[in-house]
Design a protein around this ligand. Structure first.
Ligand SMILES: [Fe+2]
Length: 361
């Protein structure tokens, strides 16, 4: 970490993190190490889950106040995406919404930005996208630019040891869905296939252990690598209907991104199976421990069993009691506006989205 910061020539850095992680002492420990190397450190520890443009504006203001020359994100996807957006704004100016909705082009490389992931799932540490909600708009819209990549990612699986089982499972399933949607999507290519298959192999082989035996460094290390491979596959090949529906759903209710994806996965996979090429379905069968020639429904059952084995809920009603207030039609329509719908292997209509969301009530 210190070596990466020194290599980037940053004399003043802003650590961007969230309150829960701040309580663990990790950001303070990293700050102390940086200060010992002569780097001035400020800490912004107010990032919320499912961050908004307000989170980005607050981090940007803090960076301006402290004349920060570099940003270090410590946390999961929320902290890393907020930091990624902040580093972009410091180099390009303006408000985040300008880039998100009005298409203002990103023309300058972000200011030096280091990502330190503390979950194994999001892949944001290796991706060129930041997903930030705008309270004035109904749904999330990612900003994508190769100028936004982190300058360095410091991967230390030991920092995930304390992650509780339900978060380990939910974030790990996010990594799996990144890989599966990249592998089955229309944008798949030979390189993204290699990354996606390795990501799914690592998740299937290690997420159960990482969830139920959180102190296993073997499982934690494998999951960290799986998340990175899944993130790079997603970055190259795009996502699909699970993430589109997840976006439509989470625009109305606060639901952990990985958990929403895990809930949606069995329903979407059942919908997509007829459109997945035979050779890819055979590869997925083998990866899940099924005979290569097993049918599509067997694959759906195997993945559903895997999700259940992690202790994750199997329906939205098991998880929340406010689903009666959801506007399902609006969720379906907003899902169709997500760009990843167009990368899904099977063509999707708004009625399909409505049916799939209804199935998980
Ligand atoms: Fe995701």
């Amino acid at each position: 970490m210190v070596a990466e910061a020194l290599a980037l020539g940053a004399g003043r850095v802003l650590i961007v993190t969230d309150p829960g992680l701040s309580d663990t002492g990790l950001p303070a420990d990293i700050g102390t190490a940086l200060e010992a190397a002569g780097i001035a450190v400020a800490v912004h520890a107010d990032v919320a889950g499912n961050p908004t443009t307000n989170d980005v504006a607050a981090a940007r203001a803090r960076a301006d106040d402290d004349r920060s020359q570099a940003i270090i994100a410590i946390g999961g996807g929320s902290a890393i995406d907020t930091a990624k957006a902040t580093a972009m704004l410091l180099a390009n100016g303006g408000d985040y919404a300008d880039y998100q909705w009005e298409g203002r082009p990103i023309t300058s490389r972000s200011c030096p930005f280091i990502a330190v992931p503390t979950t194994a799932g999001t892949g944001s540490e290796v991706s060129k996208v930041a997903v930030i909600s705008d309270p004035a708009q109904p749904f999330k819209k990612g900003v994508v630019s190769p100028l936004m990549f982190a300058h360095a990612a410091v991967i230390d699986p030991s920092v995930t040891i304390g992650l509780p089982p339900h978060l380990t499972a939910a974030t790990g399933m996010d990594a799996f869905v990144h890989a599966l949607e990249a592998y089955t999507g229309l944008g798949a290519n030979p390189i993204s296939d290699m990354l996606a298959l390795e990501a799914m192999r690592l998740v299937v082989g290690n997420l159960h252990n990482a969830t139920h035996d959180g102190s296993s460094m073997v499982a934690r290390r494998a999951m960290m690598l799986g998340a990175i491979c899944g993130g790079m596959a997603m970055d190259q090949a795009g996502l699909g209907l699970v993430h589109a529906l997840s976006g439509g759903l989470c625009s109305q209710i606060h639901l952990h991104h990985g958990l929403a994806n895990a809930l949606l996965l069995p329903f979407v996979l059942r919908f997509n199976v007829p459109a997945i090429a035979d050779d890819r379905r055979r590869t997925l069968n083998t990866l899940l421990g099924l005979p290569a020639d097993a049918g599509g429904q067997d694959l759906v059952h195997a993945i559903t069993s895997f999700v259940r084995s992690l202790g994750l809920p199997v329906g939205l009603a098991d998880l929340r009691d406010d689903t009666a207030e959801l506007d399902w039609d609006r969720a379906a329509e907003e899902s169709m506006r997500m760009v990843m719908v167009r990368n899904n292997p099977r063509a999707v209509t708004v009625d399909d989205c409505r049916d799939l969301l209804a199935a998980m009530k």
